[in-house]
Design a protein around this ligand. Structure first.
Ligand code: 2PG
Ligand code: MG
Length: 429
């Protein structure tokens, strides 16, 4: 069915950090519409599409009237009359209009909200849920493995510990629903252990606990204890995954570990992480080294890439081109896909295709600044991505996404939702 874009309307809404962000409604001739909200990162890679923010003093400089004016002006007038199902043409038109490598003219926030709203409108016009609209009808859909934060650190929690995300993956769960049930218990026991030990400080940006740990190791020890206290076998039922976000505490091969009060070079940081792999049941490490430390990433992947996922986030910034060059030196084995790092869904999909061409795993990820928008869950299911990172198991901007996965699981008609097949993960081999 032909459905053309009638109007594109942007408005200012507020994100999970209480900062302004861009919401876009795309209305079609046929009467259907789609809506999406741009997320925002805090520990951003330097090659990401950038948000257009007003600067100045209003709302700390975070206001987005410039980005919204772009949506309601040049983006809207260009997209009006275009066929909504032509996502590639629509995204290319926006990329051309912007004309900059990092989308700073119109704003990555303006583009990504519009691009996602277009996809929602197209799915609505076809009378399909977004995941199904995006899915290959010849493949059996599954739910991604949830990767869920228990403790927050780094840029999201006042740098109390250097590692940004201490997460768990319920590697032994039978269904999507069960993986959430197991994680709910680990999260609850972790909170209790923190309180009992007098370590609780609050909750970090993505809903994980923000405890007063004295070292990164202590955080890992408590995480193992929480998994066991909840009645699971650490590593077998529930395993650990980390986002080191090393770009945030180092550059030029020097890293400052404030929790451990020491400075290390690339090899020193790698050795510390390889030591953790010996002592803790870790199945994935994201951004183990800084975005400018390609050779050290490659050495780390050579040392550990056959056993665990080495996830690249800041290092590749959801760019097909950066993924191809990372592959040429085997700098990692898994790509993190964040649509707002790329700026459009077409570019995000191209990055996913590039990671598949490289023979890597991929995961779709939320940002530290989020909203009630659940688009990424539909992308993960529709694109057949095996892992999903959304933050913790608290706060409605996170739970909206985990819960949307439960609804999709139910419509798939399987008991609790068929989970991604695990045999291709490095840790399952
Ligand atoms: C990351 C994300 C999510 P941010 O580094 O992977 O945890 O953080 O959105 O701040 O970049
Ligand atoms: Mg990251």
């Amino acid at each position: 069915m032909s459905s053309k874009i009638k109007t594109v309307h942007g408005r200012r809404v507020w994100d999970s950090r209480g900062r302004p962000t861009v919401e876009v409604d795309v209305h079609l001739d046929c009467g259907n519409f789609g809506r999406a909200i741009a997320p925002a990162g805090a520990s951003t890679g330097s090659a990401e599409a950038v948000d257009k923010r007003d600067g100045g003093t209003i709302f700390g400089g975070y206001d987005v009237t410039g980005a919204i004016n772009a949506v309601n002006g040049v983006i809207g007038s260009t997209l009006a009359g275009m066929e909504v199902t032509e996502q590639g043409q629509i995204d290319q038109a926006m990329i051309d209009l912007d004309g900059t490598p990092n989308k700073n003219r119109l704003g990555g926030n303006a583009l990504v909200a519009t691009s996602m709203a277009v996809a929602h409108a197209a799915a609505a016009a076809e009378n399909l849920p977004l995941w199904q609209y995006l899915a290959n009808p010849h493949e059996t859909p599954f739910l991604p493995l949830p990767e869920i934060q228990i403790f927050g650190g780094g840029a999201h929690a006042g740098r109390r510990v250097d590692v940004q995300d201490f997460m768990v993956i319920a590697v032994g769960a039978d269904s999507y629903a069960q993986s959430l049930e197991w994680t709910a218990d680990v999260y609850r026991f972790a909170g209790q252990l923190m309180s009992d030990a007098g370590l609780m400080q609050g909750v970090a940006d993505e809903g994980g606990y923000w405890p007063a740990f004295s070292s990164n190791d202590q955080a890992l020890e408590f995480l193992v204890r929480a998994i066991e206290a909840a009645g699971f076998v650490a590593g077998q039922d529930v395993a650990i995954s980390l986002d080191i976000a090393a770009t945030d505490f180092g550059s030029n091969g020097r890293y400052h570990l404030s929790a451990d009060d020491k400075e290390v070079d690339s090899d020193g940081l790698s050795e510390m992480l390889l030591g953790w792999l010996q002592r803790y049941p870790i199945v994935a490490i994201e951004d183990p080294l800084g975005e400018d430390d390609a050779d050290a990433m490659a050495r780390f992947t050579a040392a550990a890439g056959d056993k665990i996922e080495i996830v690249a986030d800041d290092f590749i910034c959801t760019s097909a081109q950066r993924i191809a060059s990372a592959k040429s030196i085997n700098a990692c084995n898994t790509a993190l896909i964040k649509p707002n790092q790329a700026g459009t869904l077409s570019e995000s999909k191209a990055a996913l295709e590039a990671s598949r061409a490289a023979g890597w795993q991929a995961l779709v990820s939320a940002r530290s600044g989020e909203s009630e928008d659940t688009t990424i869950v539909h992308l993960a299911v529709g694109w057949g991505v095996k892992q999903l990172k959304v933050g913790s198991f608290a706060r409605s901007e996170r739970m909206a996404k985990w819960n949307e996965g439960l609804r999709i699981a139910e419509t798939l008609g399987q008991d609790g939702g068929r989970l991604a097949p695990r045999s291709s993960f490095p840790w399952a081999k």
